[in-house]
Write a protein that binds this ligand. Structure first.
Ligand code: SF4
Ligand code: SF4
Length: 134
């Protein structure tokens, strides 16, 4: 399974090798999505962790034990075509063009594959056709 998490590091553990321990000791694959760490202030790391469920649970326990705060990141965006009114409000907001207009059919189409789950479009939809899955 995969889990996207935002890790907040307090200052005193910025130099701890927590990510390499997740890989070596818990047999997890960690992909860093975004990182901002400064030695004097702590920092934030957005990651996707992949591995067996049991290993992910143990890895999360380890992170909590050493003082890393965890928040879930959006896992997936679900578009509900039955609710969509094709108003196009979401189209210009998407940074990766996951919503496109089919000019011939006068409809809006959503591409799962392009979506990077940034969440920008969710609030913009007046018909609540876009849902965040954590
Ligand atoms: S969540 Fe972000 S990337 Fe995905 S469709 Fe919405 S705006 Fe585009
Ligand atoms: S904003 Fe909502 S209703 Fe409008 S096109 Fe996008 S998904 Fe459909």
């Amino acid at each position: 399974m995969k889990k996207k998490l935002s890790l907040s590091y307090p200052r005193h553990i910025v130099n701890e090798p927590v990510i390499s321990r997740l890989v070596k000791d818990y047999d997890l694959v960690v992909s860093i999505i975004k990182a901002k760490i400064t030695p004097d202030e702590g920092g934030r790391l957005d990651v996707e962790i992949s591995g067996k469920k049991n290993a992910i649970d143990k890895g999360i326990n380890y992170l909590t034990r050493v003082g890393v705060e965890l928040q879930p990141l959006i896992q997936e965006i679900k578009w509900n075509p039955e609710r969509c009114n094709h108003c196009t409000a979401c189209v210009p907001l998407c940074p990766v063009n996951a919503f496109e207009i089919d000019r011939k059919e006068r409809t809006v189409l959503f591409s799962d594959e392009k979506c990077i789950a940034c969440g920008v479009c969710v609030q913009a939809c007046p018909y609540r056709a876009i849902e965040i899955i954590f």
